[in-house]
Write a new protein. Structure first.
Length: 255
């Protein structure tokens, strides 16, 4: 998946509450400095400045070695750098520091699922979805749905994605994932409706157009097959998805 939907849980904001020393100069407490450098590291990570992100986050962890948010941010960075074992270590340390950090569990769960460790990932996401203080449970339901889809547990994936859709009926990622699961379950009419809602948001990526072609073929709607195939050829002419659709259509015509 990764496509790890990186949960940017901190943004650069002015920090209030600094203290004043005997000479009247503004100083920061240690927790504030940890927070500041964690935010800086995340901002650099968003910008793709990975060396700067690592420097800021290493400094944050040197100041606060048991800070959950700093370990979470470092886990995201290590995942981005392609170091899954190091990312896992930081995720685990973030949870030890704050077992109630549902943001960590969301991202750790997705990280594990992307590595094929579906049961472990679902365990983390289930803790997050059952947390009464989690204000965005739909994200946890969505990610459980993704993980269960990856592991072939389609009915349960569908149930969790429906819960996510009830909370966020216009969420593009949730609509697409629910359409994919519906297609895999053979529920082609619901898949069509979900894709149509998804396409209303504009700029559909090639995977979604390929899914629409395959779904309309299953429904026997040749005009819609040609419509989505045309969109795919025009928008993404050199994509693997366009090549796959060309082969699907030529194979059907040849048969």
């Amino acid at each position: 998946m990764l496509k790890l939907i990186v949960a940017v849980f901190i943004v650069i904001l002015p920090l209030a509450g600094c203290v004043t020393d005997d000479q009247g100069a503004k100083t920061w407490s240690v927790p504030q400095r940890v927070d500041l450098h964690t935010r800086l590291g995340l901002a650099y990570l968003q910008q793709g400045r990975l060396a700067a992100a690592q420097e800021a986050l290493e400094f944050a962890l040197a100041l606060g070695p048991d800070n959950s948010s700093a370990h979470h941010a470092m886990a995201l960075l290590k995942s981005k750098l392609g170091h899954p074992a190091m990312a896992r270590e930081h995720y685990e340390r973030a949870i030890v520091a704050d077992p109630g950090n549902y943001l960590v569990r969301n991202d750790f769960g997705s990280h594990l699922c992307a590595l094929g460790l579906h049961l472990e990932g679902i365990d983390q996401l289930t803790v997050a979805v059952n947390d009464p203080f989690n204000p965005s449970r739909y994200i946890s339901h969505y990610r459980i749905g993704v993980c269960m889809n990856l592991s072939g547990r389609l009915e349960k994936a569908y149930a969790h994605l429906n819960k996510a859709l009830r909370a966020q009926p216009s969420s593009g990622p949730v609509l697409y994932e629910a359409a994919d699961v519906s297609f895999r379950l053979g529920r082609h009419l619901p898949a069509r409706g979900l894709l149509e809602r998804y396409f209303e948001q504009g700029n559909p990526p090639p995977d979604s157009l390929l899914l629409a072609v395959r779904n309309e073929r299953a429904l026997g709607s040749e005009p819609l097959v040609q419509y989505y195939a045309y969109q795919l050829r025009v928008s993404y002419p050199d994509s693997p998805q366009a090549a796959e659709v060309k082969e699907l259509i030529s194979g059907a015509q040849g048969g």
